[in-house]
Design a protein around this ligand. Structure first.
Ligand code: MLT
Length: 264
């Protein structure tokens, strides 16, 4: 499905009934990374997945990107779907956007699942790395970004033993427009430090991290779990950064249990 939001086309999907759960994807992927979550969890809940601007079936304008803009796109989509409050699941960049969303629209948040993400801003080295990656995207195109990103997103065992999953991730990255890749890199480099917000998060919160995640390691998840009041942390074995794709059953179980508790 598509709709016009903030002067661009946004692609999304809306399946099932019951508690609305909104899924925000990682960089540089798209909403199809949630396909397994969507097909199983939509039997119990209303599952909304969004292509963030710059990705999938959404437009990838050339002009400047900010995470706040994506936050406003998500808010506008909720309005379009007439959803007042939802449970939100954000993985990595999706989690960064959730922090920005919570800052602005906390009243729309019934619960948060922060997966393989972190609250700290980029270091200077991290920002320089993003500039380099944007240069590579312009010079060599998305396939070169896939070569660099895949070892950061998936565990060595997944890369060796699950070629279909590796191909699925590669295809998502290769289909992303250069403007979207560079735009997001710029937006993530500029995001503020969210650590001071953590102690003010009052909604029920579940934190998930793959035990082998190198991009946003378990130490980052523990920091969020220590500072967000009553947050619960689950570390998923045999998963790296894309824990929902590497261990979908465990991931779905965590989301489903948390969502059922929210409904009580
Ligand atoms: C992601 O998975 O969204 C990215 O690895 C996040 C990042 O680059 O900080």
């Amino acid at each position: 499905m598509h709709t016009q939001i903030n002067n661009i086309t946004i692609g999304y999907s809306d399946q099932g009934t019951g508690l609305p759960i909104v899924f925000l994807h990682a960089f540089p992927l798209n909403r199809t990374m949630w396909a397994t979550q969507e097909s199983l969890l939509s039997l119990q809940f209303r599952i909304i997945t969004i292509d963030l601007r710059g990705h999938g079936e959404s437009d990838a304008p050339l002009w400047r990107y900010t995470l706040e803009q994506s936050t406003d796109d998500v808010r506008a989509l909720l309005d379009h779907l007439e959803i007042q409050r939802a449970l939100f699941v954000g993985l990595s960049m999706g989690g960064y956007i959730l922090f920005a969303f919570y800052r602005k629209y906390a009243a729309r948040v019934k619960g948060l699942i922060l997966a393989d993400t972190k609250a700290q801003a980029d270091t200077e080295e991290g920002k320089n790395g993003r500039l380099q990656l944007a240069q590579i995207a312009y010079k060599k195109g998305p396939p070169a970004i896939a070569d660099i990103m895949i070892p950061k997103l998936l565990s060595p065992t997944t890369i060796q033993t699950n070629p279909d999953l590796v191909q699925q991730v590669r295809a998502m990255i290769e289909s992303t427009q250069i403007s979207g890749i560079a735009g997001d890199l710029m937006a993530m480099a500029e995001r503020p430090d969210t650590v001071p917000l953590l102690s003010q998060i009052t909604c029920p919160t579940q934190i998930i991290v793959g035990e082998l995640d190198l991009a946003t390691p378990p130490s980052d998840a523990k920091l969020m779990a220590e500072q967000i009041p009553h947050a619960h942390l689950t570390i998923i074995p045999n998963a790296a950064h894309l824990a929902n794709l590497e261990q979908p059953e465990t991931f779905n179980q965590i989301v489903s249990t948390f969502a059922l508790n929210l409904e009580k």
